[in-house]
Design a protein around this ligand. Structure first.
Ligand code: HEC
Length: 116
């Protein structure tokens, strides 16, 4: 009885650790979605069609299948952090470099658009 209780405790502990590690290394999809759609935050809809977002602009390409366009999540992060490192003439704002969004906020957004 005691040992099965211990096993249960251990299982619970490892689940909690896993959860903590996951959230430290990546963002949350739902937070990312609201940050991306928020007109005073990412405002990505001003230029991109995304998911079920309303009144989207078409200055940039629709954000779908990004795993086909970016080989790693890091490469996608770089595009949102500072798009000018990929295309110096882009009209996309350098969200990270210009501190429009925090690193954590960009992590959430990347988690969201990587999932589309
Ligand atoms: C002012 C317009 C504008 C805004 C706002 C904007 N983008 Fe962009 N984005 C662009 C343009 C234009 C491109 C096309 C690539 C280029 O210009 O180099 C692009 C490209 C991208 C790409 C690459 C897509 C592909 O298929 O290659 C991603 C990913 C992206 N944007 C994400 C975002 C996210 C996330 C946000 C919000 C945090 C955002 N963009 C906000 C204009 C914008």
């Amino acid at each position: 009885m005691i040992s099965s209780y211990k096993t249960m405790q251990l299982t619970l502990l490892s689940c909690l650790l896993l959860l903590a590690c996951n959230s430290a290394h990546s963002g949350s999809i739902s937070k990312g979605k609201s940050l991306a759609f928020d007109r005073s935050k990412g405002n990505c809809l001003a230029c991109h069609t995304i998911d079920d977002g309303e009144m989207a602009g078409n200055i940039g390409p629709p954000l779908v299948n990004l795993k086909m366009r970016f080989s790693t999540r890091d490469a996608l992060f770089k595009q949102v952090w500072d798009a000018t490192t990929i295309n110096s003439k882009t009209s996309m704002p350098p969200f990270g470099r210009n501190k429009i969004l925090s690193e954590e906020e960009i992590e959430h957004i990347v988690e969201y658009i990587w999932s589309l």
